[in-house]
Design a protein around this ligand. Structure first.
Ligand code: URP
Ligand code: ZN
Ligand code: ZN
Ligand code: ZN
Length: 464
């Protein structure tokens, strides 16, 4: 047999290619793309389907203690299964350093947790304690092991670093070609707003949005970019939620600064009004930065179309609507004590396909870029993110026409709600391969626990 698997007759789409052809897979890699291939043990009929690079989710919190110390509802099995049903064939969640913890211990901890993944994985290393030991030995060691991106928080007491520490991390990262990601919100502004709102008795979920104003994000993004420029290091700004933030990214990109950014579906699908749902329902929509308004959504879409964002990521941060998650501090907790984050790893790509491609806002080629190709380049997944001979056979086969209504069961995660419940979606992943092996086949999970492998990543691959 020439091939192990042939994907027959689908419409192949990448950032640079759109053609009806067959894909021949051998030894987990794409061996050929041609009009008509023959000679394989397995043939997957993709007639009427779209064949895309398997999605790469690069912002997900899986089996991780949050910035506030709360454990996520998803482990690497449920999280990776949900990701796969949502069209992803690999992901890069976070490995979070607790203060005082060595980098080796962080990587060991997450290595054990991630062994259950059904798709390939790596981690971004969150640094909360950049001691000399961490900077001179820990980070270089992580880098040697293929963990080529780090993340810092400018807010949240348990993890935040100050500007001086941020500069140290950027400098070490930059020297290795590692990318530093940043959660950018001005900590003092948020604390000041929390105190002000508390004094006024405003503690219901809906005040969460007011407590983290656009100004807090814009100021922090501007500062983060300035620090990165001073250090001469690349920067990736996560979950950009404001027009002002997007404007800074667009301007710096145009000027040639090595700055990358993402936004997330929830900033486009929901608004601060969702925080005002009856009772404590609004808690389901508490995430940081917070949901904004419809005018912001329009500007974020314009920036997606204009190429400001490299990725649209889920920021899957699953906390159940109970005392293990959202209400770990009590059922009536004031908003600052409700766990921050929304689930969505299974919805990122279906939602973006439906609202982006089907709704005519972005091309299918742009979808390929936002869902996989750019993430692979920025985060050094050099054998992933594209469909071409030599690349890993990480492939998502989509039915572009299926219309469906979102339910919690469809998510296959460990959550007890999905914010996307009831939404009408057009387009759905039906089959997902990871290194040629089916993870999802005709919408049925067929990968055993632990089929995913750790991916040692390369430095930032894009010329910057
Ligand atoms: O609210 C969010 N996004 N929670 C997840 C933790 C983070 O900020 O990355
Ligand atoms: Zn984050
Ligand atoms: Zn964040
Ligand atoms: Zn996050």
């Amino acid at each position: 047999m020439t091939f192990d698997t042939i994907i027959r007759g689908g419409e192949i789409c990448t950032t640079t290619l759109r053609t009806r052809a067959d894909i021949g897979i051998r030894d987990g890699r794409i061996a050929a793309i041609d009009d008509r291939l023959t000679g394989a043990e397995t043939v997957i009929d993709a007639t009427g389907r779209i064949v895309l690079p398997g999605g790469i989710e690069t912002h997900a919190h899986i089996a991780q203690e949050s910035a506030a110390g709360v454990m996520n509802a998803d482990d690497y099995f449920s999280g990776s299964v949900s990701a796969a049903f949502g069209g992803n064939s690999s992901f890069v969640p976070f490995a979070a350093q607790q203060r005082g913890q060595s980098v080796a211990s962080v990587l060991d901890t997450y290595g054990a947790r991630a062994a259950r993944s059904v798709i390939d994985y790596s981690w971004h290393l969150i640094i909360s304690d950049p001691t000399p030991e961490v900077l001179t030995r820990g980070l270089p060691m992580a880098f040697e092991r293929g963990v080529t991106s780090f993340k810092v928080f400018m807010t949240y007491d348990l993890v935040k670093v100050d500007d001086r520490q941020f500069l140290d991390i950027l400098t070490t990262a930059g020297a290795h070609g590692a990318v530093t990601m940043v959660h950018a919100e001005n900590d003092a502004m948020v604390r000041w707003m929390n105190e002000k709102l508390a004094a006024e008795g405003k503690t219901a979920p809906r005040y969460h949005a007011e407590s983290r104003p656009a100004l807090a994000e814009e100021e922090a993004i501007h500062r983060a970019v300035s620090l990165a420029k001073l250090a001469g290091a690349p920067l990736f700004v996560v979950h950009v939620s404001t027009p002002g933030g997007a404007e800074i990214i667009a301007r710096e990109k145009a000027a040639g600064t090595a700055v990358f950014a993402e936004t997330c579906p929830h900033y486009l699908a929901f608004t601060a009004e969702d925080l005002d749902r009856p009772g404590m329902e609004g808690a389901k929509f508490i995430c940081s930065p917070p949901l904004r308004d419809t005018a912001t959504q329009e500007v974020l879409w314009e920036n997606i179309t204009a190429g400001t964002f490299d990725c649209v990521s889920s920021d899957h941060a699953p906390y159940r609507f109970d005392e293990t998650g959202k209400f770990i501090n009590g059922a009536e907790a004031p908003y600052p004590k409700i766990a921050n984050g929304m689930p969505g790893i299974g919805m990122r790509l279906p939602w973006l396909f439906s609202e982006g491609v089907v709704a005519g806002r972005i091309s299918l080629e742009a979808f390929a870029g936002l869902s996989a190709t750019s993430a692979a380049r920025v985060f050094g997944l050099d054998t992933k993110g594209d469909l071409a001979p030599g690349f890993d056979a990480d492939i998502a086969i989509w039915d572009p026409e299926e219309r469906w209504r979102v339910t919690l069961e469809d998510q296959h995660d460990n959550m007890d709600y999905t914010p996307f419940e009831g939404m009408e979606i057009t387009g759905r992943p039906v089959t997902v391969l990871n290194r040629g092996m089916p993870v999802i086949r005709d919408r049925v999970l067929c990968a055993p626990e632990g089929q995913g492998r750790f991916i040692a990543r390369k430095p930032l691959a894009r010329a910057i």
